[in-house]
Ligand binder design. Structure first.
Ligand SMILES: Nc1ncnc2c1ncn2[C@@H]1O[C@H](COP(=O)(O)OP(=O)(O)OP(=O)(O)O)[C@@H](O)[C@H]1O
Ligand SMILES: [Mg+2]
Length: 208
């Protein structure tokens, strides 16, 4: 284990990248979101998906929600991650519409309110989705991902290591969140690609 994997080094890297994200103006955020969504609309994994998840941005995360109206036009079913109650800090995915009742979870992130039966009926495990749009704090040229550090996505996607359904995993980020190298841990689930406001990096591709 080299020094990159040291918990203190990971913490420092997360802090540095999150600060940078936080400093963006509203206008910079809007422009980055627009550029991101242009790239996403051309991605095969996005174009072919009938069931897709995205997230509502917090703390300067790049905003994928301009895609919502495009998905509606195409009759794509859109889901949001929700913390599974009474479980192991993993996520399930609940259908999201303009009128879905929302509630803040323990991290202050709005999510569909699963106290309502309608929301509970419309929830899926990650393996039932075609494509997940996944937030991240850092990524590298091989589409490795560093998240917020809770392990929520890694736990929810652990099934990807076994044979069976394998949704496409598309990380999204501001281009400046790309770093030279990341501490990849055994439990980190590889992404298919990372899309930023400036381009796409694919897993398994060497840096050009
Ligand atoms: N499949 C798993 N089963 C149990 N614990 C896990 C699993 N995956 C990750 N974890 C735990 O989660 C913790 C955080 O993982 P990691 O540092 O990779 O977070 P992250 O990928 O940044 O977070 P997130 O997935 O929420 O964005 C680790 O200490 C690890 O022990
Ligand atoms: Mg991880």
């Amino acid at each position: 284990m080299d020094s990159l994997h040291h918990p203190e080094a990971k913490r420092a890297l997360r802090l540095k990248l999150r600060r940078k994200r936080f400093e963006l103006s509203k206008q910079e955020q809007r422009q980055a979101a627009r550029r991101l969504c242009q790239q996403l609309k051309h991605l095969p994994e996005i174009q072919r998906a009938r069931r897709i998840s995205l997230y509502l941005p917090v703390n300067g995360e790049i905003d994928p929600t301009p895609l919502l109206s495009w998905f509606r036009q195409r009759n794509v079913d859109v889901y949001l991650p929700v913390l599974r109650p009474l479980s192991d800090n993993s996520l399930w995915f609940v259908a999201y519409h303009a009128n879905t009742p929302m509630v803040k979870n323990r991290f202050g992130i709005p999510e569909p309110d699963t106290r309502f039966a309608a929301q509970r009926r419309n929830r899926l495990p990650a393996w039932a989705l075609d494509t997940l749009i996944v937030p991240l704090v850092g990524f590298d040229a091989q589409a490795n991902r560093m998240g917020m550090g809770g392990g929520f996505y890694d736990r929810s996607l652990a099934f990807m290591r076994r044979p069976g359904p394998a949704p496409a995993l598309i990380g999204v980020a501001h281009a400046f969140q790309q770093v030279e190298s990341l501490p990849v841990e055994p439990w980190d689930v590889p992404l298919s690609a990372v899309v930023s406001d400036l381009g796409v990096v694919r897993a398994g591709k060497k840096k050009s």
